[in-house]
Design a protein around this ligand. Sequence first.
Ligand SMILES: Nc1ncnc2c1ncn2[C@@H]1O[C@H](COP(=O)(O)OP(=O)(O)O)[C@@H](O)[C@H]1O
Ligand SMILES: [Mg+2]
Length: 262
Amino acid sequence: MKVFVIANQKGGVGKTTTTINLGASLAKAGKRVLLIDLDPQANLTSGVGFSQQFSKDSWQNTDTAPYKSIYDVLIEKLPISSAFVTTSIENMLLVPSHLSLAGAEIEMVNMLSRETLLKNAIKDFKEDVDYVLIDCPPSLGLLTINALCAADELVIPIQCEYFALEGLGQLLHTTKLIKTVNPQLNIGGVVLTMFDSRTKLSESVVNDVKEFFKDTMFQTIVPRNVRLSEAPSHGKTIVEYDPNSTGGIAYASLAHEFIKRF
Ligand SMILES: Nc1ncnc2c1ncn2[C@@H]1O[C@H](COP(=O)(O)OP(=O)(O)O)[C@@H](O)[C@H]1O
Ligand SMILES: [Mg+2]
């Protein structure tokens, strides 16, 4: 079992889209995958259609979730396997999130070993899984730090946009600091997302990132593709929604590269 953290403190760069669709494509390729939604916004949880099982009221209630979530695992110390739910993709499990996780960062501050709550939760878990993918919130707060402490490999999605590399120094610095607590943490790879072949800007971002990250960059570049943005509103991964779209093909290719690398 190898644990991956999908992080970039910038919002909207494709962390959740990559976690869902890389996860689904890995599962499709025969791997056993566990997704952990560590973002209080719970976009991953709704993106795979899980929240659709609940009424809007109970889903949006900020106090308690109508199901067991990552909040219960971190704060109430529930065994992580008790929060597993199946998804419409065979071989892909999910630990859902809920808005109540927003308060967790504050609750965690006074907890013992607050940086390693997730690491300890995963350590206990012995089910047969090949890859654990952790989706992070857009910040370098305690939730992301927990994910970095729990992981073997950091995967950084970078949007082919202006200021793409901005803030990455901070992420890399944090990663360096985390290595003192979690020495096995590696930079597993950088994924470029939302590439637009019509713009010179996308090209120049690719070149900048190539120069900066060299071999850690995945060859697969995820194009901007409307099917990728539509899929979560149907509670579907691209594997179910439109596997032959340019986005679907890109994530399948990323999964193959991923399997080769790890
Ligand atoms: N390759 C892509 N093509 C088109 N839209 C995308 C692509 N990747 C992500 N999006 C859309 O961009 C927005 C931000 O992506 P998301 O994965 O939620 O980013 P993050 O988790 O980093 O905040 C979402 O609306 C998502 O549907
Ligand atoms: Mg997200």
